[in-house]
Design a protein around this ligand. Structure first.
Ligand SMILES: Nc1ncnc2c1ncn2[C@@H]1O[C@H](COP(=O)(O)OP(=O)(O)OP(=O)(O)O)[C@@H](O)[C@H]1O
Ligand SMILES: [Mg+2]
Length: 401
């Protein structure tokens, strides 16, 4: 941008200050008369890239602009590198620098080198599918397909046919042969989401497929060999499902060769800040607007929240701010109502601590009243404003006798 300094309404200095706050501001060259070179220098302190005297020759103007553009390109490249460095606080597309996530990266890095079966567990929105894709993308089967299937909500027959395929006429509605996802994932990775939801009846067939590395389509008696890496995901405690008799133990141990337990976001400390940054960059590209800043209050709200829906909920909150507001700052008003309806464990723990101190407080007050009354329970009850029966119960409860 080429700008004059003396202008009506808003002068060049004010303009510079306003532009300075934007991350995607253009480079600015200030035009100035001979008499006001000091103010041009002042403008450079405010972030102008250079200044030009008003009667400069065209050649001189072109050279200045070229130089400033070169510098600006370097500045942008530098910003890009900084973003790349930030990515180093993660692993591929996985963002996060917390100890818990570094442990995840270590295991993801190791298992991606081979074809072993992996079980990924974690609450909803913690990144189970992203972890599965990362393992696939870095492994020997990266050139092959990545096929995802959700095992929840399908009838046993339908899931059977989705997994292992069927021959035409195997059941009503089977009008043509169907391969099933095991064969679709041949030479690649099969991602079985919500694996705990596979009906018991089908679990035996699934186990055989895993053990023998072959599948038998519904309505066929000829098994077909398959070469796939299996990654299973669950947001339930699969071991608990096994103990409750809802999940076969032999299948559990087959799947649980390598277990990656994804931490909930509330246990990932400063990762919340990194992820906020990450999603702001992400959505500023997607919505083609400058990266938004976040006000201090909005940041405090985002950091203080328990995120029961984990990273997906955080991602949605940031996208909402881009979708609903054109302003370049995210304020409290741009955030969805962040209520901890599904009270996260961290808050349960805080409640328990509060309850404990309340009990301690009660015990302390009752003991004080008893001391005050010299052990006279009628007097103590009167001091406390409760009846004798109630005091007796409390004395017993706290073992104050
Ligand atoms: N560590 C991470 N860094 C950056 N983005 C992440 C990370 N983990 C998850 N995401 C993003 O959060 C969203 C939810 O992740 P994903 O779908 O993998 O979660 P999930 O555990 O499979 O959830 P659900 O149990 O609901 O299926 C995706 O958009 C994903 O790209
Ligand atoms: Mg998922």
């Amino acid at each position: 941008m080429l700008t004059d300094l003396k202008m009506p309404v808003m002068d060049g200095m004010q303009l510079l200050r306003a532009m300075h706050e934007r991350e995607s501001a253009p480079a600015v060259v200030v035009l100035t008369g001979y008499g006001t070179i000091e103010s041009a220098v002042e403008a450079m302190k405010l972030g102008a890239a250079d200044y030009l005297i008003k009667d400069a020759r065209p050649q001189e103007i072109l050279l200045t602009i070229e130089r400033v553009l070169r510098l600006d390109a370097l500045r942008r490249e530098n910003a890009q590198l900084r973003r790349a460095v930030r990515k180093l606080h993660g692993f591929g597309e996985l963002i996060g620098d917390s100890a818990a996530m570094h442990e995840v990266y270590r295991v993801v890095g190791a298992v991606s080198q081979n074809k072993s079966t992996v079980l990924v567990s974690g609450e909803s929105g913690t990144g189970k599918e992203l972890v599965a894709r990362t393992i696939h993308g870095r492994g020997p089967l990266a050139g092959g397909p990545f096929i995802a299937i959700n095992c929840a909500g399908l009838s046993e027959t339908l899931l059977d046919s989705q997994l292992f395929g069927h021959r035409r006429g195997a059941f009503t509605g089977a009008v043509a042969d169907h391969d099933g996802v095991f064969r679709a994932a041949e030479g690649g990775t099969l991602f079985l989401d919500e694996v705990s939801e596979i009906p018991l009846g089908l679990q035996a067939k699934f186990l055989r497929a895993l053990q023998d590395r072959e599948v038998t389509p519904l309505g066929s008696s000829r098994p077909i060999a398959v070469d796939v890496r299996l990654i299973a995901a669950t947001n339930r405690d699969l071991e608990g499902e096994m103990r409750a008799g809802r999940f076969r133990s032999d299948l559990f141990y087959r799947l649980n060769v390598v277990h990656i337990a994804l931490p909930p976001l509330r246990a990932r400390g400063d990762d919340v800040g990194l992820l906020i940054d990450h999603f702001i960059q992400h959505f500023s590209r997607e919505y083609q607007v400058a990266p938004k800043r976040v006000t201090a209050e909005a940041m405090a709200r985002l950091r203080g929240y328990g995120w029961p829906g984990n990273i997906r909920e955080l991602q949605n909150a940031i996208e909402r701010a881009f979708a609903l507001s054109g302003a370049d700052t995210i304020t409290l008003a741009d955030l969805p109502p962040l209520r901890d309806d599904a009270v996260p464990a961290s808050m349960v723990a805080a409640d328990a601590a509060a309850a404990r101190t309340l009990r301690e407080e009660e015990e302390r007050v009752i003991a004080a009243a008893l001391r005050e009354s010299g052990g006279n329970k009628n007097e103590a009850a009167r001091l406390l404003g409760i009846d004798r029966q109630r005091l007796y119960r409390k004395i017993k409860k706290y073992g104050l006798a």
